[in-house]
Design a protein around this ligand. Structure first.
Ligand code: ADP
Ligand code: MG
Length: 584
């Protein structure tokens, strides 16, 4: 293993590295820096987030450019404003002893004329988001015709975000004989295409496997009913008192909703999504960086810029639509040599996605149980005890010690401890005392038919109408506007069929089909008596009678109640918000 001194970097840079406290180069730095310093080759480097890619291209670029010249020689494209600013700051730190160095950040949402003026002053390096860069080129505010080094940072993210055309346009304004260095965490075919079309025989560096997740991250999943997602999230937070996390949701709306609920429930949380103004987003990020927010609830797009090093947990409140996105989410933790945990709260209809993700990240998930109330109380109590133990004593209390001592004259030490801890702890205890078990049985295929969480329906279309199970499933998903795995166990007979959904969709499904015509005939859907696939799902002979349907509903809900531990209505867990607690 080499040191920074072995890589061929000059004194000014090594001096800065010492100041930064970097002891040894990371793997991508060790491989990329000598290569970039000693050759004029293009480079494709694949490495996870948090592996030190900025320095891997930053140091060679700083060493290779001519600082005495005012010409723009280096261009770094990066997907977001956040990253753009981060890279700029890092480069300034790396180049703090390079006299005359001028690095300028160019990004949307700030004054374009100010940025143009900064560039005009003689920026040797420009760090830019593609959108703003293209704007400035078309307004002739920048000249990148003499670029010698172009970096595409987080190339996969830039393409994901739809910057392909912008990047192409920008590169067309740069000289053909420049060097292009492409950095990416993953190598989808779009990135490969960029490498092929815009680079000349690039060298390739891979740190870890392609598309592989960070080594420092462990992956866990928790199987719950969809409706218990939020409760599960709270428990995971409560079971980890020092959590510092990003919670990923699929939509802006869910992001906002979950954050609001968390705040209402006494957590230090914040929302980050595209419907917020730049100002609001900056504020949230600032609080997060300062550790004032413990749970940052974010959409994938909004979280792209987050490079905070000490995130302990990534929580997938919902899995992403594209499972590849999971790599990016989990890469937010386990950065800069620290360990991290990526947790997935998953419902039965999505649990098979876990297997697909395992194949992509080449790591296994641990299936874990949502901690029960008493486990959480124990964790909270011990955490409190440790906090008290480490608390620095405020000497001004000395004045009151006499009076307090008189008050506790007859109290033993044990009793005193119990009393003190009860002040903080009882609220947790009362809250969780009667809490339900949120875990759902693991074998999802069986559980779908046996645990009473799904509903089986009869529908009066079948093979005669041209359906097979796949086309019927697609048809149902489309007209009901359901997700990929929401309709399952589709079984098509000659003139009728069966299918299942989770119970929580039952009302929606039945309401939709009360008066639904397709190809000129009424399509009738009813709850089938037989819930599972076995036995073919006998059609309910008593269908139609509303009274009977009600009876059936009651009996089935009773059935599931007797099987499971007390649920929300019994426990009161959902009626009250969790106890407020003081944080940091
Ligand atoms: P990436 O671009 O791969 O996601 P960054 O370049 O943002 O990663 O680096 C992640 C963090 O690690 C930054 O805070 C950076 O200062 C730090 N870092 C980079 N190289 C080293 C090193 N050799 N030793 C210690 N810390 C480093
Ligand atoms: Mg980076």
């Amino acid at each position: 293993m080499s040191t920074f001194n072995d890589l061929g970097l000059n004194e000014d840079l090594l001096h800065a590295i010492t100041d930064l406290g970097f002891e040894k180069p990371s793997e991508v730095q060790e491989k990329a820096i000598p290569l970039l310093l000693n050759s004029e080759d293009d480079l494709v480097a694949l490495a996870q987030t948090g592996t030190g890619k900025t320095a891997a291209f930053g140091f060679p670029m700083l060493q290779k450019i001519d600082i005495d010249s005012r010409t723009t020689q280096g261009l770094i494209l990066s997907p977001t404003r956040e990253l753009c600013l981060q890279i700029t700051n890092e480069l300034k730190l790396y180049g703090k002893y390079c006299k005359g160095l001028n690095v300028v950040a160019i990004y949307g949402g700030a004054s374009i004329t100010d940025q143009a003026r900064d560039v005009k002053r003689g920026a040797q390096i420009i760090v830019a988001t593609p959108g703003r860069m293209k704007d400035m080129i078309s307004r002739r505010m920048v000249d990148i015709s003499k670029i010698e080094y172009a970096v595409l940072d987080e190339a996969d993210e830039m393409l994901n975000m739809g910057f392909k055309e912008d990047i192409t346009a920008i590169l067309s304004h740069t000289p053909d004989d420049k060097n292009t260095w492409l950095f990416s965490a993953t190598m989808p075919k779009e990135v490969a295409a960029i490498a092929k079309n815009f680079m000349h025989a690039p060298q390739e560096i891979t740190v870890g496997h392609k598309n592989e997740g960070s080594k420092n991250v462990t992956h866990e999943y928790y199987l719950v009913n969809s409706r218990d997602r939020y409760q599960a999230l709270k428990r995971l937070a409560d079971a980890n008192p020092d959590i510092f996390s990003v919670v990923f949701c699929r939509t802006k709306r869910d992001t906002q909703k979950v954050a609001e609920k968390l705040i209402e429930d006494g957590y230090s949380a914040g929302a980050l999504h595209g419907d917020l103004s730049q100002n609001q987003r900056d504020l949230v990020m600032k609080s997060f960086r300062n550790n004032q927010i413990q749970m940052l609830v974010a959409t994938d797009v909004a979280a792209r810029g987050i490079d905070v090093d000490d995130i302990t947990h990534v929580i997938n409140y919902q899995l992403p639509d594209e499972i590849e996105t999971y790599t990016h989410r989990s890469g937010r933790t386990g950065r800069a040599g620290k360990t991290g945990v990526s947790m997935v709260i998953v419902s039965k209809s999505e649990v098979r996605k876990i297997k697909s993700i395992e194949r992509i990240i080449k790591k296994e998930f641990q299936k874990k149980d949502i901690p029960d109330g008493m486990q959480i109380c124990e964790v909270q109590l011990m955490s409190l005890a440790k906090k008290v133990h480490h608390t620095e004593v405020n000497d001004d209390i000395e004045t009151y010690l006499g009076d307090i001592n008189t008050l506790f004259e007859d109290t033993t030490k044990d009793e005193l401890i119990k009393k003190f801890f009860s002040v903080e702890f009882s609220r947790f205890y009362n809250y969780y005392q009667k809490s339900a078990d949120l875990n759902v049985s693991a074998s999802f295929d069986d559980s779908r038919s046996s645990s009473g969480n799904s509903t089986r329906y009869f529908i009066n279309v079948g093979k005669k109408d041209g359906y097979d199970w796949m086309s019927l499933k697609d048809f149902l998903k489309e007209i009901l506007e359901l997700g990929r795995d929401d309709v399952f166990k589709v079984e098509v007979k000659d003139s009728f069929s069966f299918f299942n959904t989770e119970n929580n969709l039952k009302e929606k499904v039945l309401a939709f089909f009360t008066d639904f015509k397709h190809d000129g005939r009424f399509v009738n859907v009813e709850v089938s008596e037989n819930r599972g696939r076995s036995g073919g799902g006998r059609r309910d002979r008593n269908r139609g009678g509303s009274k009977r349907r009600d009876d059936r509903k009651n009996s089935s809900s009773r059935r599931s109640d007797s099987k499971s531990k007390p649920r929300r209505s019994n426990s009161g867990e959902f009626a009250n918000s969790r106890p407020r607690r003081s944080r940091r």
